[in-house]
Write a protein that binds this ligand. Structure first.
Ligand SMILES: [Fe+2]
Length: 136
């Protein structure tokens, strides 16, 4: 249960940052957070050896976006959730996983593909909250 509480705390901090910014780049406010809250491929912090299995991979095919976290799924260690968020802070979609799921893969349908920036998140119950920024 502590892992889910941690996830909720992290999610609320990120959501607060998104709502607070209401700017073109919703994640500009992430720079205000101390290290250790959000990890990325370029800023993996203490999880530098975990990038490949935690930073969400993104595949875009037309209006379809697929997020994949190549991470083992077991009772003690698994990916809890994916989200896909627009640059203005709207949650396009999310998927919650369970340890019994075979893989952490989620798909979303975009309403348009007009050169916008999107953010994919993935939360591991042991290795925290990861973000991948991309353009469609
Ligand atoms: Fe992990």
């Amino acid at each position: 249960m502590n892992d889910r509480r941690g996830f909720l705390k992290t999610s609320m901090l990120v959501a607060a940052g998104i709502v607070a910014s209401k700017a073109t780049n919703a994640f500009a406010s992430l720079e205000k957070f101390p290290a250790g809250i959000v990890y990325t491929k370029d800023k993996p912090g203490k999880w530098a050896k975990k990038v490949g299995s935690h930073a969400p991979k993104v595949k875009v095919e037309g209006k379809k976006v697929t997020l994949t976290t190549r991470h083992p799924m077991s009772e003690k260690h698994y990916i809890v959730r994916h989200t896909l968020i627009s640059a203005d802070g709207k949650v396009i979609g999310s998927k919650t996983f369970y340890p019994s799921d075979k893989e952490a893969v989620s798909t979303y349908e975009l309403s348009s593909t007009s050169g916008s920036k999107l953010y994919a998140t993935s939360f591991c119950n042991l290795h925290d909250f990861w973000l991948t920024e991309f353009n469609v």
